[in-house]
Design a protein around this ligand. Structure first.
Ligand SMILES: [Zn+2]
Length: 427
Protein backbone atom coordinates (compact mmCIF):
# COMPACT_ATOMS: atom_id res chain seq x y z
CA UNK A 1 0.00 0.00 0.00
CA UNK A 2 2.66 2.45 1.02
CA UNK A 3 4.60 1.79 -2.14
CA UNK A 4 1.61 2.64 -4.26
CA UNK A 5 0.99 5.84 -2.38
CA UNK A 6 4.50 6.99 -2.96
CA UNK A 7 4.46 6.00 -6.58
CA UNK A 8 1.33 8.06 -6.94
CA UNK A 9 3.09 11.01 -5.44
CA UNK A 10 5.95 10.59 -7.86
CA UNK A 11 3.55 10.30 -10.79
CA UNK A 12 1.67 13.38 -9.73
CA UNK A 13 4.92 15.35 -9.55
CA UNK A 14 5.86 14.09 -12.96
CA UNK A 15 2.51 14.91 -14.51
CA UNK A 16 2.35 18.36 -12.96
CA UNK A 17 5.80 19.08 -14.30
CA UNK A 18 5.13 17.76 -17.79
CA UNK A 19 1.41 18.49 -18.17
CA UNK A 20 1.86 20.46 -21.41
CA UNK A 21 3.79 17.68 -23.10
CA UNK A 22 1.46 14.96 -21.88
CA UNK A 23 -1.73 16.73 -22.94
CA UNK A 24 -0.26 17.42 -26.39
CA UNK A 25 0.55 13.78 -26.75
CA UNK A 26 -2.86 12.67 -25.57
CA UNK A 27 -4.61 15.09 -27.95
CA UNK A 28 -2.60 13.57 -30.81
CA UNK A 29 -3.77 10.12 -29.78
CA UNK A 30 -7.38 11.34 -29.56
CA UNK A 31 -7.14 12.91 -33.03
CA UNK A 32 -5.48 9.86 -34.50
CA UNK A 33 -8.28 7.67 -33.22
CA UNK A 34 -10.94 10.03 -34.50
CA UNK A 35 -12.47 10.48 -31.06
CA UNK A 36 -14.86 13.42 -30.67
CA UNK A 37 -15.32 15.58 -27.57
CA UNK A 38 -18.56 13.73 -26.88
CA UNK A 39 -16.64 10.44 -26.84
CA UNK A 40 -14.17 11.85 -24.36
CA UNK A 41 -17.06 13.06 -22.16
CA UNK A 42 -18.47 9.58 -22.14
CA UNK A 43 -15.11 7.95 -21.43
CA UNK A 44 -14.05 10.33 -18.68
CA UNK A 45 -17.46 11.34 -17.28
CA UNK A 46 -16.35 14.94 -17.53
CA UNK A 47 -18.93 17.63 -18.27
CA UNK A 48 -18.85 18.85 -21.88
CA UNK A 49 -17.49 22.24 -20.85
CA UNK A 50 -14.54 20.76 -19.01
CA UNK A 51 -13.78 18.37 -21.85
CA UNK A 52 -13.67 21.11 -24.45
CA UNK A 53 -11.64 23.42 -22.22
CA UNK A 54 -9.02 20.75 -21.62
CA UNK A 55 -8.87 19.59 -25.22
CA UNK A 56 -8.73 23.20 -26.46
CA UNK A 57 -6.03 23.80 -23.90
CA UNK A 58 -7.79 26.73 -22.26
CA UNK A 59 -7.80 24.85 -18.96
CA UNK A 60 -4.68 23.30 -17.49
CA UNK A 61 -5.44 19.69 -16.64
CA UNK A 62 -4.52 18.43 -13.20
CA UNK A 63 -2.44 15.30 -12.74
CA UNK A 64 -5.64 13.39 -11.99
CA UNK A 65 -7.26 14.72 -15.17
CA UNK A 66 -4.28 13.56 -17.19
CA UNK A 67 -4.30 10.11 -15.67
CA UNK A 68 -8.01 9.73 -16.28
CA UNK A 69 -7.75 10.98 -19.84
CA UNK A 70 -4.80 8.72 -20.55
CA UNK A 71 -6.69 5.77 -19.17
CA UNK A 72 -9.73 6.72 -21.23
CA UNK A 73 -7.76 6.63 -24.46
CA UNK A 74 -6.21 3.32 -23.64
CA UNK A 75 -3.11 3.92 -21.61
CA UNK A 76 -2.46 2.27 -18.32
CA UNK A 77 -2.56 4.76 -15.47
CA UNK A 78 1.25 4.71 -15.32
CA UNK A 79 1.94 7.16 -18.05
CA UNK A 80 5.56 7.89 -17.62
CA UNK A 81 5.66 8.55 -21.32
CA UNK A 82 8.92 9.59 -22.83
CA UNK A 83 9.75 11.52 -25.93
CA UNK A 84 7.09 11.99 -28.54
CA UNK A 85 6.42 8.38 -29.07
CA UNK A 86 3.89 5.94 -27.90
CA UNK A 87 6.49 4.02 -26.02
CA UNK A 88 6.48 3.73 -22.31
CA UNK A 89 9.64 4.35 -20.44
CA UNK A 90 10.36 5.16 -16.87
CA UNK A 91 13.06 7.59 -15.93
CA UNK A 92 13.85 6.89 -12.32
CA UNK A 93 15.50 10.22 -11.70
CA UNK A 94 12.35 12.05 -12.84
CA UNK A 95 10.32 10.42 -10.12
CA UNK A 96 12.75 9.59 -7.37
CA UNK A 97 14.84 12.04 -5.42
CA UNK A 98 18.59 11.67 -5.26
CA UNK A 99 20.19 9.70 -2.43
CA UNK A 100 21.34 12.69 -0.44
CA UNK A 101 17.84 14.21 -0.50
CA UNK A 102 16.41 10.93 0.78
CA UNK A 103 18.99 10.77 3.54
CA UNK A 104 18.26 14.36 4.55
CA UNK A 105 14.57 13.56 4.72
CA UNK A 106 15.37 10.67 7.05
CA UNK A 107 17.42 13.05 9.17
CA UNK A 108 14.32 15.27 9.40
CA UNK A 109 16.47 18.37 9.09
CA UNK A 110 13.47 20.62 8.49
CA UNK A 111 12.67 20.29 12.18
CA UNK A 112 9.88 17.76 11.76
CA UNK A 113 10.02 14.65 13.87
CA UNK A 114 10.89 11.56 11.93
CA UNK A 115 8.66 8.80 13.14
CA UNK A 116 8.93 5.28 11.76
CA UNK A 117 5.82 5.99 9.71
CA UNK A 118 7.20 9.09 8.13
CA UNK A 119 10.39 7.42 6.92
CA UNK A 120 9.02 4.01 6.00
CA UNK A 121 8.30 4.89 2.38
CA UNK A 122 11.59 6.62 1.85
CA UNK A 123 13.66 3.85 3.34
CA UNK A 124 11.82 0.91 1.88
CA UNK A 125 11.12 2.33 -1.54
CA UNK A 126 12.65 5.59 -2.56
CA UNK A 127 16.18 5.06 -1.22
CA UNK A 128 16.73 1.70 -2.92
CA UNK A 129 15.53 3.16 -6.22
CA UNK A 130 17.70 6.25 -5.76
CA UNK A 131 20.69 3.96 -5.22
CA UNK A 132 19.86 1.86 -8.28
CA UNK A 133 19.49 5.04 -10.30
CA UNK A 134 22.77 6.47 -9.04
CA UNK A 135 24.61 3.25 -9.84
CA UNK A 136 23.09 3.15 -13.32
CA UNK A 137 22.67 -0.61 -13.18
CA UNK A 138 19.89 -2.70 -14.64
CA UNK A 139 17.28 -2.62 -11.84
CA UNK A 140 16.24 -6.20 -12.48
CA UNK A 141 19.79 -7.44 -11.88
CA UNK A 142 19.90 -6.26 -8.29
CA UNK A 143 18.08 -7.11 -5.12
CA UNK A 144 17.61 -4.41 -2.50
CA UNK A 145 16.53 -4.92 1.06
CA UNK A 146 15.69 -2.15 3.47
CA UNK A 147 15.58 -2.41 7.18
CA UNK A 148 14.42 -0.03 9.87
CA UNK A 149 15.77 -1.50 13.06
CA UNK A 150 13.59 -0.17 15.80
CA UNK A 151 15.40 -1.78 18.69
CA UNK A 152 15.28 0.89 21.35
CA UNK A 153 17.99 1.02 23.89
CA UNK A 154 16.37 0.50 27.29
CA UNK A 155 18.15 3.43 28.88
CA UNK A 156 17.36 5.65 25.92
CA UNK A 157 13.72 4.75 26.05
CA UNK A 158 13.23 5.84 29.62
CA UNK A 159 15.10 9.09 29.23
CA UNK A 160 13.23 10.12 26.12
CA UNK A 161 9.51 10.63 26.00
CA UNK A 162 9.31 12.01 22.45
CA UNK A 163 7.91 10.01 19.56
CA UNK A 164 11.01 10.53 17.54
CA UNK A 165 12.30 7.44 15.84
CA UNK A 166 15.51 6.03 17.22
CA UNK A 167 17.05 3.11 15.42
CA UNK A 168 19.36 1.94 12.73
CA UNK A 169 18.41 2.25 9.08
CA UNK A 170 19.98 0.23 6.33
CA UNK A 171 19.56 -0.41 2.65
CA UNK A 172 21.37 -3.46 1.34
CA UNK A 173 22.04 -4.18 -2.31
CA UNK A 174 23.46 -7.25 -4.02
CA UNK A 175 23.46 -8.84 -7.44
CA UNK A 176 20.56 -11.21 -7.95
CA UNK A 177 22.70 -14.06 -9.25
CA UNK A 178 25.58 -13.85 -6.84
CA UNK A 179 24.48 -14.32 -3.29
CA UNK A 180 27.28 -16.28 -1.71
CA UNK A 181 30.45 -18.18 -2.57
CA UNK A 182 32.14 -20.59 -0.17
CA UNK A 183 29.83 -19.20 2.48
CA UNK A 184 30.86 -15.60 1.87
CA UNK A 185 28.17 -13.09 1.01
CA UNK A 186 29.30 -9.72 -0.29
CA UNK A 187 26.91 -6.77 -0.31
CA UNK A 188 26.78 -3.01 -0.62
CA UNK A 189 25.11 -1.14 2.16
CA UNK A 190 23.97 2.33 3.07
CA UNK A 191 23.73 2.53 6.81
CA UNK A 192 22.44 5.29 9.05
CA UNK A 193 23.16 5.00 12.76
CA UNK A 194 20.69 5.11 15.67
CA UNK A 195 20.83 8.81 16.29
CA UNK A 196 21.58 9.88 12.73
CA UNK A 197 25.02 11.15 13.56
CA UNK A 198 26.74 8.97 11.02
CA UNK A 199 25.96 7.60 7.60
CA UNK A 200 28.08 4.94 5.97
CA UNK A 201 28.27 3.80 2.39
CA UNK A 202 30.25 0.63 2.14
CA UNK A 203 31.12 -2.77 0.89
CA UNK A 204 30.57 -5.54 3.39
CA UNK A 205 31.17 -9.26 3.56
CA UNK A 206 29.53 -11.87 5.76
CA UNK A 207 30.65 -15.42 6.32
CA UNK A 208 28.13 -18.15 7.00
CA UNK A 209 28.05 -17.15 10.68
CA UNK A 210 27.26 -13.57 9.80
CA UNK A 211 30.67 -12.28 10.86
CA UNK A 212 34.10 -12.03 9.39
CA UNK A 213 37.33 -13.19 10.95
CA UNK A 214 39.71 -10.19 11.29
CA UNK A 215 42.40 -12.04 9.34
CA UNK A 216 40.01 -12.85 6.55
CA UNK A 217 38.78 -9.31 6.56
CA UNK A 218 42.32 -8.06 6.10
CA UNK A 219 42.90 -10.50 3.26
CA UNK A 220 39.80 -9.31 1.41
CA UNK A 221 40.65 -5.66 2.04
CA UNK A 222 44.00 -6.29 0.37
CA UNK A 223 42.43 -8.03 -2.59
CA UNK A 224 40.32 -5.04 -3.53
CA UNK A 225 42.91 -2.51 -2.39
CA UNK A 226 40.47 -1.05 0.10
CA UNK A 227 41.09 2.22 1.88
CA UNK A 228 42.03 2.33 5.52
CA UNK A 229 38.77 2.35 7.42
CA UNK A 230 40.44 3.38 10.69
CA UNK A 231 41.33 6.61 8.99
CA UNK A 232 37.73 7.07 7.92
CA UNK A 233 36.60 6.36 11.42
CA UNK A 234 39.09 8.71 13.01
CA UNK A 235 37.59 11.60 11.05
CA UNK A 236 34.51 11.07 13.17
CA UNK A 237 36.19 10.45 16.50
CA UNK A 238 34.50 13.47 18.06
CA UNK A 239 31.20 13.25 16.33
CA UNK A 240 29.29 11.56 19.15
CA UNK A 241 28.42 8.55 17.06
CA UNK A 242 26.37 5.85 18.68
CA UNK A 243 28.17 3.15 16.81
CA UNK A 244 30.92 1.23 18.42
CA UNK A 245 33.83 1.07 16.09
CA UNK A 246 34.28 -2.65 16.69
CA UNK A 247 30.68 -3.51 16.03
CA UNK A 248 30.62 -1.48 12.90
CA UNK A 249 33.82 -2.91 11.46
CA UNK A 250 32.85 -6.54 11.89
CA UNK A 251 31.90 -7.07 8.26
CA UNK A 252 33.35 -3.97 6.70
CA UNK A 253 35.66 -4.30 3.71
CA UNK A 254 35.62 -0.73 2.48
CA UNK A 255 33.56 2.26 3.43
CA UNK A 256 33.11 5.99 3.41
CA UNK A 257 31.70 7.63 6.51
CA UNK A 258 29.75 10.88 6.48
CA UNK A 259 29.08 12.98 9.52
CA UNK A 260 25.75 14.56 10.28
CA UNK A 261 27.03 17.98 9.23
CA UNK A 262 28.23 16.55 5.89
CA UNK A 263 24.67 15.44 5.24
CA UNK A 264 22.95 18.57 6.45
CA UNK A 265 25.29 20.98 4.68
CA UNK A 266 24.89 19.27 1.30
CA UNK A 267 28.59 18.37 1.31
CA UNK A 268 27.94 14.88 0.04
CA UNK A 269 25.37 15.55 -2.68
CA UNK A 270 27.76 14.66 -5.48
CA UNK A 271 30.25 12.47 -3.68
CA UNK A 272 27.80 9.95 -2.27
CA UNK A 273 26.86 8.81 -5.79
CA UNK A 274 30.51 8.59 -6.73
CA UNK A 275 31.40 6.72 -3.56
CA UNK A 276 28.62 4.24 -4.24
CA UNK A 277 29.87 3.69 -7.78
CA UNK A 278 33.32 2.98 -6.42
CA UNK A 279 31.78 0.50 -3.97
CA UNK A 280 29.98 -1.17 -6.84
CA UNK A 281 33.24 -1.53 -8.78
CA UNK A 282 34.88 -3.08 -5.74
CA UNK A 283 31.86 -5.28 -5.13
CA UNK A 284 32.20 -6.60 -8.68
CA UNK A 285 35.92 -7.20 -8.08
CA UNK A 286 35.16 -9.07 -4.88
CA UNK A 287 32.52 -11.18 -6.63
CA UNK A 288 35.01 -11.88 -9.39
CA UNK A 289 37.51 -13.11 -6.81
CA UNK A 290 35.07 -15.10 -4.69
CA UNK A 291 33.35 -16.72 -7.66
CA UNK A 292 36.67 -17.42 -9.35
CA UNK A 293 36.00 -15.51 -12.49
CA UNK A 294 32.36 -14.45 -12.79
CA UNK A 295 32.28 -10.90 -14.08
CA UNK A 296 29.06 -9.10 -13.19
CA UNK A 297 30.22 -5.60 -14.05
CA UNK A 298 27.67 -3.97 -16.30
CA UNK A 299 29.04 -2.08 -19.22
CA UNK A 300 26.27 0.31 -20.09
CA UNK A 301 26.14 1.86 -23.48
CA UNK A 302 24.42 5.14 -24.15
CA UNK A 303 21.57 3.47 -26.02
CA UNK A 304 18.30 4.97 -24.88
CA UNK A 305 14.68 3.89 -25.07
CA UNK A 306 14.32 6.31 -27.95
CA UNK A 307 17.15 4.62 -29.83
CA UNK A 308 15.49 1.26 -29.46
CA UNK A 309 12.19 2.70 -30.63
CA UNK A 310 13.92 4.35 -33.57
CA UNK A 311 15.59 1.07 -34.40
CA UNK A 312 12.18 -0.60 -34.50
CA UNK A 313 10.57 2.06 -36.65
CA UNK A 314 13.59 3.21 -38.61
CA UNK A 315 12.99 6.88 -37.72
CA UNK A 316 15.54 9.40 -36.51
CA UNK A 317 17.99 6.65 -36.20
CA UNK A 318 21.34 8.34 -35.75
CA UNK A 319 22.13 10.91 -33.11
CA UNK A 320 22.43 14.51 -34.25
CA UNK A 321 26.13 14.38 -33.46
CA UNK A 322 26.72 11.33 -35.64
CA UNK A 323 24.74 12.86 -38.47
CA UNK A 324 26.70 16.11 -38.24
CA UNK A 325 29.96 14.16 -38.22
CA UNK A 326 28.99 12.08 -41.23
CA UNK A 327 27.83 15.08 -43.25
CA UNK A 328 31.07 16.86 -42.46
CA UNK A 329 33.28 13.92 -43.38
CA UNK A 330 31.38 13.32 -46.65
CA UNK A 331 31.34 17.08 -47.35
CA UNK A 332 27.55 16.94 -47.88
CA UNK A 333 28.00 14.87 -51.02
CA UNK A 334 26.03 11.83 -52.13
CA UNK A 335 28.05 8.65 -51.75
CA UNK A 336 26.57 7.17 -54.90
CA UNK A 337 27.74 10.10 -56.99
CA UNK A 338 29.25 13.30 -55.56
CA UNK A 339 27.79 15.22 -58.51
CA UNK A 340 24.20 14.59 -57.34
CA UNK A 341 22.44 17.76 -56.32
CA UNK A 342 19.88 18.45 -53.64
CA UNK A 343 17.92 21.42 -52.34
CA UNK A 344 19.64 23.86 -50.01
CA UNK A 345 18.69 23.47 -46.36
CA UNK A 346 18.30 26.06 -43.61
CA UNK A 347 22.04 25.89 -42.89
CA UNK A 348 22.78 26.80 -46.54
CA UNK A 349 24.13 23.35 -47.41
CA UNK A 350 22.84 20.81 -49.93
CA UNK A 351 20.47 18.59 -47.95
CA UNK A 352 21.65 14.98 -47.61
CA UNK A 353 20.13 12.16 -45.65
CA UNK A 354 21.99 9.68 -43.46
CA UNK A 355 20.95 6.05 -43.74
CA UNK A 356 22.08 2.65 -42.48
CA UNK A 357 24.09 0.28 -44.65
CA UNK A 358 23.32 -2.66 -42.36
CA UNK A 359 19.67 -2.34 -41.38
CA UNK A 360 18.81 -1.86 -37.72
CA UNK A 361 17.58 -5.40 -37.25
CA UNK A 362 20.38 -7.25 -38.94
CA UNK A 363 21.34 -8.86 -35.67
CA UNK A 364 24.32 -6.64 -34.95
CA UNK A 365 24.56 -4.70 -31.69
CA UNK A 366 23.09 -1.20 -31.81
CA UNK A 367 26.57 0.24 -31.15
CA UNK A 368 27.66 -1.08 -34.54
CA UNK A 369 24.45 -0.22 -36.33
CA UNK A 370 24.65 3.33 -34.98
CA UNK A 371 28.36 3.69 -35.69
CA UNK A 372 29.75 6.06 -38.25
CA UNK A 373 31.05 3.09 -40.24
CA UNK A 374 27.46 2.03 -40.89
CA UNK A 375 26.26 5.54 -41.88
CA UNK A 376 25.73 6.30 -45.53
CA UNK A 377 25.26 9.83 -46.81
CA UNK A 378 22.84 10.03 -49.73
CA UNK A 379 20.98 12.64 -51.71
CA UNK A 380 17.23 12.38 -51.09
CA UNK A 381 16.69 10.78 -54.47
CA UNK A 382 19.28 8.05 -53.93
CA UNK A 383 17.99 7.48 -50.39
CA UNK A 384 14.54 6.76 -51.81
CA UNK A 385 15.93 4.71 -54.68
CA UNK A 386 18.03 2.58 -52.33
CA UNK A 387 14.80 1.40 -50.65
CA UNK A 388 12.28 1.61 -53.47
CA UNK A 389 14.28 1.37 -56.68
CA UNK A 390 14.42 -1.58 -59.07
CA UNK A 391 16.25 -4.62 -57.89
CA UNK A 392 19.06 -4.04 -60.39
CA UNK A 393 19.57 -0.41 -59.35
CA UNK A 394 19.49 -1.30 -55.66
CA UNK A 395 22.09 -4.02 -56.11
CA UNK A 396 24.34 -1.63 -58.01
CA UNK A 397 23.98 1.01 -55.28
CA UNK A 398 24.72 -1.44 -52.47
CA UNK A 399 27.77 -2.61 -54.38
CA UNK A 400 29.13 0.98 -54.49
CA UNK A 401 28.32 1.56 -50.82
CA UNK A 402 29.74 -1.77 -49.73
CA UNK A 403 33.10 -0.99 -51.36
CA UNK A 404 33.20 2.36 -49.54
CA UNK A 405 32.34 0.95 -46.11
CA UNK A 406 33.87 -2.52 -46.13
CA UNK A 407 37.11 -1.49 -44.41
CA UNK A 408 35.46 0.72 -41.77
CA UNK A 409 33.00 -2.03 -40.89
CA UNK A 410 35.77 -4.57 -40.65
CA UNK A 411 37.49 -2.24 -38.18
CA UNK A 412 34.35 -2.56 -36.05
CA UNK A 413 34.66 -6.33 -36.18
CA UNK A 414 32.00 -6.79 -38.88
CA UNK A 415 33.30 -9.08 -41.59
CA UNK A 416 30.67 -9.33 -44.31
CA UNK A 417 30.71 -10.19 -47.97
CA UNK A 418 28.76 -8.15 -50.52
CA UNK A 419 26.35 -11.06 -50.69
CA UNK A 420 25.75 -10.83 -46.93
CA UNK A 421 25.02 -7.11 -47.16
CA UNK A 422 22.59 -7.65 -50.02
CA UNK A 423 20.86 -10.42 -48.12
CA UNK A 424 20.56 -8.27 -45.00
CA UNK A 425 18.88 -5.65 -47.18
CA UNK A 426 16.51 -8.27 -48.56
CA UNK A 427 18.11 -8.52 -51.97
ZN1 LIG B 1 22.56 10.54 -54.97
Amino acid sequence: MRKENLLDKAQINYLNLHSDEVIDRLIKVIDARGLKNADICRLTWWPASKTSKILNKTQKPSATDLKLLAKAVGYTPEIFLLDNYDIRGYVLSDAIRCISDCVREVYAIDGTISSVDSIQDIVSYEMPLAIIDALNVEPTNYVTKSCIDEKYDEAEMTSSDSDEFVGEISVVLYHRNVTSYDGYTPYIQLLIDDKRNTTVVGLFLRDSEGHLDPKERKKFKNIILANDSDQEWNKLENSDSYWEKMKWSENEIESVIYSKSDIINHNIDKTINMDLSIMLDKYCELVFYLSKGIDIKERKTDITTKDIFSAITGNDFFSEETIAKVLRSRKNKCEIDPEHTSFIDEAGKPYMTVECLLPSFSGYPLEIIKSEANCICLCPNCAAQLRHGSRKDRERMFFTLYREHEAALRNQGVDLSLGDVLKLNEL
